[in-house]
Design a protein around this ligand. Structure first.
Ligand code: NAD
Length: 391
């Protein structure tokens, strides 16, 4: 079949296998161009098939020559539907790792389930013996509680009062207004269940109980803070409540890791358009302005640049960790720079609709979003009929 992007409400429902492969290769080239990083050698990435988790796995493998196990929750192709982008990314990653002589194993399954955790435990025992580093990079809309079977759903809503803000459909460039009602107590509780730190804790605890964590083991999970324009909806909203829970869980994980001298860290990352963030109201408009400002100032980074900086300037730099007053690594430092935020704010106030394409980087945002699904990659022949099961 011919595969062209099919997009509904900022969700792309298909992906291009060769384009995803090219996109993984481009990230690998970037990492190779940056030279070696003295990172750990046995790495597990939970949420490895897209966005930040995929980039982290690429840095571990190609920057630090690590053996990696990557877990994603992706769908394979059927006769008339492509696989999800993450499915193709995982395949492409393994193919490239094999070519480079790097050990890599993929698992596809629900990270929240006991079965998947047992499968990963088995794989670690067989392939790596122990792990030195766990990257936890899940962005999920729901979670089935492994003990009770109850389904929890996350919502992106403000807390306390409703929130109205401008937003952009970054495919058409149309500006609109969205209003989100305040989350109920139950919605907040469920969002924390899905996107908070409980599952991260369960992963570490399970691996620890099975004696699969090497002395000095390290784990990192990703958080977000962001600007005043998204604060009511994000950081002070239901999803922010989940992120605060994740950050707090790092302390509990540190307690259970102290006997092996292990450590749990939070990295606060930059806002980027990924499959997860594209569907958060108001965030695409903020990101489109942020991209424009950061590109103008030559500060722009994507997932792979962020992860290289996390590894080489922070986690494995050999220098003492530079943490904020809440003990977090801040690779959102460029985004949060006073001059960047001030310029974003000036632009936000100026936008009146028609000039959105000149003022904001809608084109860049759209291109990056499409690249996450394997579209618009240089060197890929999109006019070629292909079998979606290829790769
Ligand atoms: P993404 O959608 O690109 O990737 C999410 C990953 O989670 C995928 O590999 C997917 O397969 C996996 N996943 C989802 N549900 C799963 C399940 N049940 N079992 C196993 N795997 C599952 O998301 P992303 O934007 O890279 O986000 C990753 C983390 O980074 C999240 O915690 C997010 O909050 C955080 N973060 C994102 C941004 C941003 O702007 N994108 C900024 C800061 C922090």
């Amino acid at each position: 079949m011919l595969i062209a992007p099919r997009i509904r409400s900022n969700i792309c429902i298909n992906a291009h296998p060769m384009g995803c492969e090219a996109q993984v290769q481009a990230q690998i080239r970037y990492v190779n161009s940056r030279g070696p990083i003295a990172g750990p050698k046995r790495v597990l990435v939970v949420g490895a098939s897209n966005g930040y988790g995929l980039a982290a796995r690429i840095v571990s493998a190609f920057g630090s020559a690590s053996a990696t196990i990557g877990l994603g929750f992706e769908k394979p192709a059927t006769a008339n539907r492509t696989a999800t982008a993450g499915w193709y990314n995982n395949r492409a990653f393994r193919k490239e790792a094999e070519k480079a002589g790097l050990a890599a194993w993929n698992l596809n399954g629900d990270a929240f389930s006991l079965q998947t955790k047992s499968d990963v435990v088995q794989m670690v025992k067989e392939k790596l013996n122990r792990i030195d580093f766990l990257v936890y990079s899940i962005a999920a809309p729901r979670r089935i509680d492994p003990e009770t079977g109850q389904i929890y759903s996350s919502v992106i809503k403000p807390i306390g009062q409703s929130f109205t803000a401008r937003t952009v459909d970054f495919l058409t460039g149309e500006i609109g207004t969205i209003t989100a009602d305040a989350a109920t107590e139950e919605e907040i509780r469920q969002t924390v269940k899905v996107m908070g730190g409980e599952d991260w804790f369960m992963w570490v605890d399970k691996l620890r109980a099975e004696d699969l964590l090497a002395p000095g083991f390290l784990t990192v999970a990703f958080s977000y803070i962001g600007s005043d324009y998204t604060r009511a909806l994000y950081r002070d909203g239901s999803i922010g409540a989940a992120k605060k829970d994740l950050e707090k869980k790092a302390e509990e994980i540190n307690q259970i890791l102290s006997p092996i001298n292990g450590k749990a860290l939070i990295s606060v990352n930059k806002a980027l358009i990924t499959r997860a963030s594209a569907v958060i109201p108001a965030v695409p408009l903020y990101i489109a302005l942020l991209y424009r400002v950061m590109k103008d100032k030559d500060l722009h980074e994507g997932c792979i640049e962020q992860m290289v900086r996390l590894y080489s300037d922070h986690l494995f730099s050999g220098k003492p960790l530079a943490l904020d007053k809440n003990g977090r690594i801040r690779i959102d430092d460029y985004e949060m720079r006073e001059d960047v935020q001030r310029t974003v704010s000036d632009l936000w106030e100026r936008i009146d609709g028609d000039d959105i394409r000149e003022i904001a980087d809608i084109k860049g945002l759209r291109a990056e979003f499409l690249r996450h699904h394997g579209f618009g990659m240089p060197g890929v022949d999109y006019s070629r009929e292909i079998d979606p099961g290829d790769l």
